[in-house]
Design a protein. Sequence first.
Length: 154
Amino acid sequence: MAGLTAAAVGVVRGRKMKSYRKELWFEIRGRRGFVNITGQVEDCLRESGIREGLVLVNAMHITASVFINDDESGLHHDYEVWLEKLAPHEPVEQYRHNGYEDNADAHLKRQIMGREVVVAVTGGELDLGTWEQIFYGEFDGNRRKRVLVKIIGE
């Protein structure tokens, strides 16, 4: 079986890959915020029944992010300061994108922090490293936005 893809190995062994999809919804009060969603992703994994595979978690909005890092308030503060230095919200006139909405900075912050993460599933658990947690990052809040959790495996 050397050289076969994981999907091909599943077929060779007579097993069919499973797929699971769920949307998580968030409405952050205020302009920006970070939410630890590791527990919600773990709940999805349990619901899926998948023991070996991959989890994709991605923000389904262009001014939000999903990323992995430490759940430590000092780090979250440092992100706020760093992101605001890189892409300050004001003055809004500095951006050509602004017009209908004054959120050009949120688009740039999302680009920096990333759209999605992929995490391995081993033995029915998220295969995260020490201190790693999954976060939803909001950069233009005060409205509902969704995160897709897609799990494939067996």
